[in-house]
Design a protein around this ligand. Structure first.
Ligand SMILES: [Zn+2]
Length: 92
């Protein structure tokens, strides 16, 4: 059964989930995708996998000179948002 996200897709794209970090990033972009293969959830620290067909937040770009992308599941982002007390615009 797929996870039911708590916020609209756009919300996930407006948050700087990892905060400022000192790694060298370029041309980063993020979007909400439906996974076509299993990916490890970066946000959980690679502790679990995001199943195929699940929605995930994908950040891609050049990190420390290498082009790549990473995936985080919406469930982890929701938990983080809740911890931070974030609210989606328009939501109550
Ligand atoms: Zn996760």
């Amino acid at each position: 059964m797929s996870y039911k996200q708590r916020y609209p897709d756009e919300f996930y794209l407006t948050v700087d989930w990892f905060g400022p970090d000192d790694c060298d990033k370029e041309c980063m972009s993020s979007k909400i995708v439906t996974t076509r293969a299993e990916h490890e959830c970066v946000f959980s620290g690679y502790k679990h996998k995001i199943p195929t067909g699940e929605k995930a937040w994908r950040e891609s770009g050049k990190v420390e000179g290498r082009f790549g992308s990473c995936y985080s599941c919406l469930k982890c982002l929701d938990q983080c948002a809740r911890r931070l007390g974030l609210r989606a615009r328009g939501a109550t």
